[in-house]
Design a protein around this ligand. Structure first.
Ligand code: SF4
Ligand code: SF4
Length: 437
């Protein structure tokens, strides 16, 4: 870059830095973000917030406001309009002058929001589109139970087999979590492949923190080859340990969903424009934190993920059913219950140590009544099972909830079948009632 261009870029960064906290990405999208710079987000995502934002604060720097909550407030203070889908920034343009790039047209593509696909309406009632058993069950109107296993930190699949065997027959699908806290482990896709061999329907997790666009599409191809047909697209907790590792964020979770859905619908890789033979066609999940405030923020974010191509939601941990009911009221009012299946994320707390750690989980706030309940519990396993069962019964009464996703806080997977014992039969009875009506 010539000295003159560098001087122009630095001068622009200095001026915009004072006014907008500019990070010199060279492809300014301030006009789409209410003149709040999205690059001030530690994840530098172009569509947010991530699930870790709590009470308008940032997951990474709790002393700061979440940039993306500020953006939603500026763009649509209390409304529920659908946000534009912004592209990932082009790294070639970083530290160049955005004004000059605008003038020469170099940043035109990077600044132009992506056109949403035409996916129609009433999507929950659309014909089955993938090979996912979970999709079929949801579209049959069954109340769904999912849970999760953790991919081991090593190459021995025995740990996956053991956990999956415990859950088999009790859950409709099982997530394979991996790379917990950004640390290496067996990939989710490989744990998913093991589950398929056991006859367990897997939901693999793809994490924006850890994969580039290329690696993500390759993960989807691996999944298809292994008979895995469900994928959850998430940001991933921000890695805060030492030594520091590079966190990719080549996409945010909305862009990840869009890439996968574009491939499924058009057999074309969106970011390269190339056609693909025998493309993966996953049933796509997104995550949402219903407790991000103000409440229009998660609703606007769902609208974006829905338009990007998500099929179902697995929510962040719910500990406050009353607030969740209010969230679901708006969800229904906005017609999202016709478009997306929603599985309510519920904790199964069976260890004191795990309970102590809960307030530190990004995006989770523990209400005082739950703290009182577990602090005073004589037998925490018994209390954890009872609490989870009560919550299942409460959330299944909420219109628009299609199932539950149970997250274990502890290590004994044997507890999970006990949590759902007898509750799935209720579902079967209801189905029979519907069929006979
Ligand atoms: S969007 Fe880019 S150019 Fe605009 S203020 Fe932020 S970092 Fe600077
Ligand atoms: S909470 Fe998440 S989206 Fe918001 S500023 Fe922090 S890292 Fe970015």
């Amino acid at each position: 870059m010539s000295i003159l261009l560098r001087v122009v870029a630095r001068t622009e960064q200095f001026g915009k830095g004072i006014v907008f906290n500019c990070h010199c990405c060279g492809q300014c999208v301030l006009s789409h973000t209410g003149y709040v710079c999205p690059m001030a987000c530690p994840r530098q995502i172009r569509n947010g917030p991530c699930g870790g934002s709590m009470d308008g604060r940032c997951e990474v720097y709790p002393d700061r406001k979440c940039v993306w909550v500020r953006i939603h407030k500026r763009v649509d203070r209390r409304g529920y309009s659908r946000p534009s889908l912004l592209r990932s920034p082009d790294p070639k343009l970083f530290f160049t002058s955005s004004y000059l790039n605008l003038f020469t047209g170099k940043d035109k593509l990077a600044r132009t929001p992506i056109k949403y696909l035409d996916l129609g309406t009433n999507r929950k009632s659309s014909p089955i589109q993938t090979a996912s058993t979970l999709e079929r069950k949801l579209k049959e109107g069954r109340f769904i139970f999912t849970s999760e296993i953790r991919a081991p930190r090593g190459a021995n699949p025995e740990a996956v087999r053991k956990q999956a065997a415990i859950l088999k027959g009790h859950f409709d699908a099982v997530n394979a979590t991996a790379y917990l806290n950004g640390k290496p482990s067996m990939p989710s896709s490989m744990a998913g492949a093991e589950m398929v061999k056991l006859g367990v329907e897997p939901i693999t997790q793809s994490v924006c923190r850890d994969v580039t666009k290329t690696a993500f599409i390759s993960e989807l191809i691996t999944n298809k080859m292994n008979g895995v047909h469900n994928t959850l697209c998430i940001s991933g907790d921000f890695y805060q340990g030492d030594p520091c590792v590079k966190q990719v964020y080549d996409m945010d979770s909305s862009l990840m969903i869009y890439e996968a859905r574009h491939l499924r619908e058009k057999s074309i890789i969106h970011f390269t424009g190339e056609a693909m033979k025998d493309p993966p066609r996953p049933f796509l999940a997104c995550a949402i934190n219903p407790f991000t405030t103000p409440m229009n923020v998660p609703i606007r974010r769902i609208k974006q993920k829905c338009a990007a191509g998500a099929d179902f939601i697995q929510t962040q941990i719910i500990l406050n059913v009353k607030t969740f009911q209010e969230f679901m009221r708006i969800f229904r009012e906005e017609g999202l219950d016709n478009e997306l299946f929603l599985l309510a994320g519920l904790p199964v707390i069976i260890s004191e140590k795990a309970f102590e750690m809960m307030p530190g989980v990004p995006g989770v706030s523990v209400p005082p009544e739950i703290t009182r309940r577990f602090k005073g519990a004589g037998d925490i396993v018994k209390e954890g099972i009872a609490c989870a069962r009560e919550m299942i019964q409460q959330v299944r009464e909420i219109p628009g909830v299609s199932g539950v996703h149970l997250m274990l806080f502890g290590v004994k997977h044997e507890v999970l079948p006990q949590v759902v014992d007898g509750l799935r039969e209720v579902d079967v009875q209801q189905q029979e009632k519907i069929a006979n009506a």
